[in-house]
Design a protein around this ligand. Structure first.
Ligand SMILES: NC(=O)c1ccc[n+]([C@@H]2O[C@H](COP(=O)([O-])OP(=O)(O)OC[C@H]3O[C@@H](n4cnc5c(N)ncnc54)[C@H](O)[C@@H]3O)[C@@H](O)[C@H]2O)c1
Length: 343
């Protein structure tokens, strides 16, 4: 998706792709029309035509190609989460800041239609007053959760999926930081499928300015639940306003005997579907629209024109990672966890 978006950007005239699995790289290059492909990340990062790098490897494989790109002075867009440990995130931040090479993290929810940007805008305009509380709930089907954890067992629903809404909350509450976490969970079908994670987690987070946040995630909904990605409810309360985002996608329903495919899970097909629920976006009439498309374009526009950029910074992504690891620890131990986590 990123490669295809990049190739259609007017300022891009060369795209090279790499994948550990050589067949994946050549298949992708053929599909999107990339000019170069290899099984060696450094080979493509070092190409003289390449002056910006998108790291879309699996969650635990982000750091090395980011550091390689930074060393060669090439700005990076990396998929979320920035890394799977705070120590790795710190290495990326240190390398980026020392070299003066910009790294951005693809929290693409920020770019899903205009709803999240508009929420942020209301805060910026002072229409919410002081935000006193936020509640965000994320649902997805178990097939998605199992696919992600099969790629990387540490990419749990908390660290890899709720992370989007921790990012959104932290972004809305810019200036305050999470300081205390209480969380609980219950196991069920994901454990039965071989992954020692909860089916459902509830967390309450207190921020440094006293704002309270309630986060819920379940990646254990029935496999054929009609949402083909995130189904979300978001509520924000302030001293002067209340803002509700209904992102469950129940406003666009279709049933088809022919089956409709998942946007990126091969073989996953449903008959009943909430249209527009694909997390990265959706295909329509040969084009890819939605969060990833908007975000990739915004990043490229920023690099080319120098205009402002609303993609997450590595420092924001580090706080978000630490928060999700803190929720996980709070749920596992039943204890109140304070942030920062001990090093
Ligand atoms: N923003 C979004 O909407 C969104 C959606 C899905 C995934 N993601 C993120 O994108 C990243 C990748 O997820 P995916 O669903 O594309 O995974 P995937 O498993 O479909 O693809 C990952 C690819 O990376 C390759 N790979 C793994 N390690 C590598 C390495 N060290 N060097 C080169 N290639 C390597 C694999 O062979 C595979 O082809 C993750 O960080 C994930 O969280 C973001």
């Amino acid at each position: 998706m990123r490669a295809r978006q990049a190739l259609t950007h007017p300022s891009v005239n060369f795209v090279g792709v790499s994948d550990l699995v050589a067949g994946n790289a050549s298949a992708l290059a053929g599909k999107v029309g990339a000019q170069f492909h290899t099984a060696d990340n450094l080979e493509v990062i070092a190409r003289p035509e390449v002056n910006a790098v998108i790291v879309s490897t699996a969650e635990g494989e982000h750091m090395k190609p980011i550091l390689q790109a930074i060393e060669l002075g090439k700005p990076v867009l990396v998929e979320k989460p920035i890394a799977l440990s705070v120590a790795d995130a710190d290495r990326i931040i240190a390398a980026s800041e020392q070299a003066g090479v910009e790294v951005r993290v693809g929290y693409s929810r920020r770019f899903k239609d205009l709803r999240w940007m508009l929420a942020k805008e209301q805060i910026a305009q002072g229409r919410m007053g002081r935000v006193t509380g936020i509640s965000a709930r994320l649902f997805n089907n178990r097939a998605n959760g199992i696919a992600i954890m099969t790629r990387d067992r540490e990419a749990t629903p908390l660290v890899d999926a709720l992370t989007y809404y921790v990012d959104i909350v932290n972004w809305m509450l810019e200036g305050a930081r999470p300081v205390e976490i209480v969380a609980r969970g219950q196991k069920g079908v994901l454990k039965a499928a071989g992954f020692d994670v909860d089916d459902i987690n509830y967390a309450i987070i207190t921020y440094s300015d006293g704002t309270v946040v309630n986060l819920t995630v379940s990646y254990a909904l029935p496999e054929k639940y009609p949402a083909l990605g995130h189904a979300t409810r978001f509520e924000m309360l302030g001293t002067e306003g209340v803002l509700i985002i209904d992102d469950d996608h129940t406003d666009q329903i279709m049933y088809t005997n022919k089956g409709i495919p998942h946007v990126y899970l091969p073989g996953h097909e449903v008959n009943m579907v909430f249209l527009n629920s694909g997390t990265p976006g959706d295909w329509a009439l040969g084009e890819f629209y939605g969060a990833i498309a908007n975000e990739t374009r915004a990043w490229l526009d920023h690099l080319v024109t120098g205009k402002g950029c609303h993609l997450a910074t590595p420092r924001e992504a580090r706080t978000t990672l630490e928060t999700t690891l803190g929720i996980q620890l709070a749920a596992e131990t039943g204890k109140i966890i304070t942030l920062p986590l001990p090093g």
